[in-house]
Ligand binder design. Sequence first.
Ligand code: SF4
Length: 338
Amino acid sequence: MTDFEQGPIRPPSEAASMLVRVSRNCPWNRCAFCPVYKKRKFSLRSVDQVLADLDAMRELYGDAPATVFLQDANPLLTKPDDLVKIIAGIRERFPKVERITAYARSHTLARRKLEDLERIRQAGLNRIHVGMESGCDDVLTLVSKGSTRAEQIEGGRRAKQAGFELSEYIMPGLGGKEFSKAHADDSASALVEIKPDFVRLRTTAVIPATPLAELQEQGKFVALTELELVEEIRRFLSGLEGLETRLESDHMLNLLMELRGDLPGDLERLIGICDDFLKLSKDEQLKFILARRLGWMGRIEDLDKPAFQKEIKRVFSDLEQQGIDPEEFFSEMRKRMV
Ligand code: SF4
């Protein structure tokens, strides 16, 4: 038998990982921006079920996988003893595995005993990805994240203390226009306290039929323009002074994919990339945004290349003829990238 379960998502950085479903769906399921598990019920899977999946995966993949990602949204809710057995089961069947990673909610990490987290780490779970999204309580409340700033900091610190590599996701634009500055400042200061190994950017997109889309309709959430997003990210980066971490812009939703580097050494360079964009003429900014959203350009310097200039002109003229505001078009393109 080569049948096994797989959940719907994994972080972009785990694209090559073997996906092992330890729990199904999300126990919280209320984050306003998140369409992933809505209407699906959370459940834990038994150790036997997961071990049977591992046997089937071993038959299919041999011992080739080098990295493994535990699904779905919060496998750390599994009893520590069971999780240790599952991780040991992976290590036994796949001895070449170099890294095992999982998502975890800060709310859960903040409540797990340190000794349990340490046992899970020692069993072989190397890295935890936390969807922190924001370090600002107003934003966390607005989007019903179900974790406070204090829990985000406590959860992150505990993960570090237990010896995990920690990856924290931040969502530029999540506070909308109202909380943009506080979102940037409080997220940066929370990260400085947590000291994660990775900070990953994932720009907010308002997905239809999500609670965030409803908030937008009610006027309680006003999305940032692409320009405002870059201003917010610049402000956020300025708040990371002194933090030692790896900053990654590894999600297609991000406008500036080149915002990647090792902090603190690369911080000035990364702020400079935001400035390079902000200093462009309005026309050049629109051209770059359009070309990025259509997947034609990756870096600001690509603007100097003659390729696509004709197509860019044509798309703008089509939008004008159809009476479509470019900002609306960019927002539509972002939705399609989720
Ligand atoms: S963002 Fe994560 S915690 Fe929030 S509802 Fe989606 S899967 Fe659950």
